[in-house]
Ligand binder design. Sequence first.
Ligand SMILES: [Zn+2]
Length: 174
Amino acid sequence: MLHITLGPERMINPAEDELGRDRVGFADTMSDLALYDANHGCWKLGPRANREKFMLVTFTGIVRQAIEITGIEAVARGNRSVVHGDILRPCHPVFDKFIGKQSPIQGVRNPVTYFDDDLDGRPCLCGCGNTVAGRLFLTGHDQTAIHDRIKQIGSVAEFLAWFDIVRGNKPGQS
Ligand SMILES: [Zn+2]
């Protein structure tokens, strides 16, 4: 996951900001959208950012916002980027795991960091090439994968017989 550590809210000059913002940072009074607008750029991101699916935004060590990343865009000036995405809501696993809680990243100087989490997207174990977050298979793909293995052996009866031999089971005791 991409992890952004914010400082307190401060005013900036919209004429000098790549995104035309008048403030950056965190304040309790900001709405979710205001927090997103103020802080989804402009960051110096490494190549890893392009592989990340989620961004956490933290202030004073507490996670304040979680974003599902939909795109990363370079800004005109410098080597900085803007992260585009959807603000996550309750019942999303990333929101429920992190929002309002202690961040896994504490006390860093660089505002941009990364960490690995079980909820990061990973390849579906069936080998279809899709990614899944927080589980091993896309819905139904575990069934597809197991039936594909059975077919490689033959019928279900042939698969069971083969399985029992491989496992050293007595027939019918698998
Ligand atoms: Zn799959």
